[in-house]
Write a protein that binds this ligand. Sequence first.
Ligand SMILES: Nc1ncnc2c1ncn2[C@@H]1O[C@H](COP(=O)(O)OP(=O)(O)O)[C@@H](O)[C@H]1O
Ligand SMILES: CC(=O)N[C@@H](CCC(=O)OP(=O)(O)O)C(=O)O
Length: 267
Amino acid sequence: MNYLVIKCGGSVLEQLPAAFYKNLVHLQQTGQCQPVIVHGGGPLISSLLKKLGVETTFVNGLRVTTEEVLHIVEMVLSGSVNKQLVGHIRKAGGDAYGISGVDGGLLQARAVDTSVPLGFVGEVIGVKKEYIDHLLELGLIPVISPLGIDEYGQKYNINGDVAASAVAQALGAKLCFISDIPGVFVEKNGVKTTLHELSKAEAEKLIDDQIITGGMIPKVRAAIDGLTHNVQEAVILNGLEENSLSDYLNGKTIGTKLMASEGIYHV
Ligand SMILES: Nc1ncnc2c1ncn2[C@@H]1O[C@H](COP(=O)(O)OP(=O)(O)O)[C@@H](O)[C@H]1O
Ligand SMILES: CC(=O)N[C@@H](CCC(=O)OP(=O)(O)O)C(=O)O
């Protein structure tokens, strides 16, 4: 199957134009590809935590997740954001099935292994691909919230980019990250330019040089990790540009395409 995993970032979720959902439904209904959505919602989580007076911190773009934070992450992602997306897809004439990575153990997870303790932040160790296939066979667009669960029933907060890459790896899919910027940019002589291609070595150099920061760190790392594990191609696109997704699929040079190669060509 020609799977396309689309990661909808929290940075753009509330501003995605109606054309985005129309294009998505068109892709599915014409059989051009089998779209699978994985979403984020970081800004909405942060805003609810703030309202509730709960402090939140990030390490390399990952939210330190206490039990209290985990509970709120689940409310926002699997409750509010997931169902909003299902609503938008239906409004565009398609049908979608919202599912959390927790349900049926869709995303099997364990705690991430990092030098800094991050609490209940997870990494994906297995994806129940057959659930995704069943939904697609029924003509439904799967909409997945990025939480995972382990064999003991412990839930984990998984970065949306990391979850999207894991799903794309399991499906051998193309992977599109829809965010709020035209791509990865670098500043040269005071001029910002968007890179149309970014290799693994370049990405790590830009992270070291603090040119790639915050939420862009897990995004480029998840993309490159995907490319070395069965993902067909990975690109970062601007969701605020009306037809970025269909333009990309039609071969237009747009956004930043990640490359698994080690070379440094642009930076
Ligand atoms: N070099 C860079 N190029 C582009 N964006 C960058 C870069 N470094 C950091 N960013 C930030 O990464 C953000 C996208 O990551 P994130 O906020 O996690 O998005 P999303 O919610 O769409 O996943 C951009 O809005 C931008 O502020
Ligand atoms: C571990 C971790 O950082 N999880 C993310 C999950 C949401 C997410 O990834 O949202 P975006 O795609 O909008 O960034 C968080 O708690 O914010």
